[in-house]
Design a binder for this molecule. Structure first.
Ligand code: ZN
Length: 334
């Protein structure tokens, strides 16, 4: 029924998002142009192959600088990576590509492609609305992380305050360790900078250098210290309270002294929740919740919506709700 649409916008079995005739996003297919919407691993799949088999790999300058820290300087040795600023245009064989801020991790982009026949296709990657702004489009391909109607946060704007209170209270007599994914960790630093916390903030190697990249792009992150440095070691072994930020994947590897705070979007009832004697969960998310997804989709005014059924989420439920509530035809893919 929608065959003409699926020829220019689809998601296939390996998670690759195909738009237009020449572009593939967020996984590998041998097409001339590969796009990386942001540097989370489930959007970097097959990047090494794309760097061999595609003509160009496009991403924002921020994503490129962050990716060099994650993957090393050799990454662009063949010079195929081209950086594209938000709202700058890239053309390839009659197709026009533009990035818009996605409000997800620093550097993340929504991708708008206009075909030769002037059909607009918007692929969101991961996004958070607000601050991302809707973009008018004919066909929309959206993420569906919180696509289930039950995934509505009752407390959209109170999380940061609850988190700060918890951190300040805990820091009176012990260290506080915060665990999150890239993006959330940088957001933490901006919050602590604003709050002018008077304890040292320690960051492990990659997170430290990613913070330096964010500062290069004018994000205010305050002062922080490399855990592995002499000063960092002295602080961790000393008696004074400190704050340390780690990637979520090291949650079980870091010795548990002081308080552990886990940042997760998968919490909808309360902004903070106790998870153990010295463990807390804070509901900090960098994705739109269900209501924000629907509002964003409505504002983009698409005629057809594809929901991403490859990555974590509930693409089937979201598709049904789009048809029911917005009266726009929709299907989950793959
Ligand atoms: Zn992401």
């Amino acid at each position: 029924m929608h065959n003409h649409i699926l020829k220019i916008a689809t998601i296939i079995q390996n998670g690759a998002v195909l738009i237009g005739k020449n572009v593939v996003c967020d996984a590998h297919v041998k097409r001339p142009i590969r796009i990386v919407t942001h540097i989370h691993w489930d959007h970097l799949m097959g990047l090494e192959r794309s760097l061999k088999e595609c003509e160009n790999v496009l991403m924002t300058p921020i994503s490129f600088d962050l990716l060099e820290i994650l993957r090393g300087k050799y990454l662009n040795q063949e010079g195929k990576i081209k950086t594209l600023d938000y709202k700058e245009e890239f053309s390839f064989k009659g197709e026009k590509i533009k990035f818009f801020p996605a409000g997800h991790i620093f550097g993340s982009a929504l991708v708008l492609l206009e075909t030769e026949k002037k059909i607009k296709i918007l692929y969101t990657g991961d996004f958070k609305y607000p601050p991302a702004e809707p973009v008018k489009t004919d066909i929309l391909i959206t993420e569906a992380t919180y696509g289930n109607p039950l995934n509505v946060r009752k407390f959209k704007y109170e999380v940061e305050k609850a988190l700060i209170d918890l951190v300040k209270e805990s820091l009176i007599n012990q260290p506080v360790m915060i665990f999150g994914f890239h993006g959330k960790l940088q957001r933490m630093l901006t919050i602590f900078e604003r709050e002018k916390l008077s304890v040292p903030i320690l960051l492990p190697n990659k997170i430290y250098y990613m913070a330096k990249v964010c500062e290069k792009y004018n994000l205010k992150l305050g002062e922080y210290i490399l855990v592995e440095s002499e000063e960092g070691q002295r602080i961790t072994k000393g008696k004074e309270p400190f704050l340390a930020l780690f990637h979520s994947k090291s949650y079980n590897n870091i010795p548990s002294y002081g308080i552990k705070i886990n940042l997760t979007g998968w919490e909808f009832e309360k902004p903070i929740k106790r998870a153990g004697e010295n463990e807390w969960i804070v509901a900090l998310s960098d994705h739109s919740d269900f209501e924000q997804l629907l509002d964003f989709i409505k504002e983009c005014k698409p005629e057809f919506v594809i929901t991403d059924n490859y990555r974590v989420g509930d693409a089937e439920a979201l598709s049904k709700e789009i048809e029911k509530k917005l009266k726009i035809p929709s299907m989950p893919l793959p």
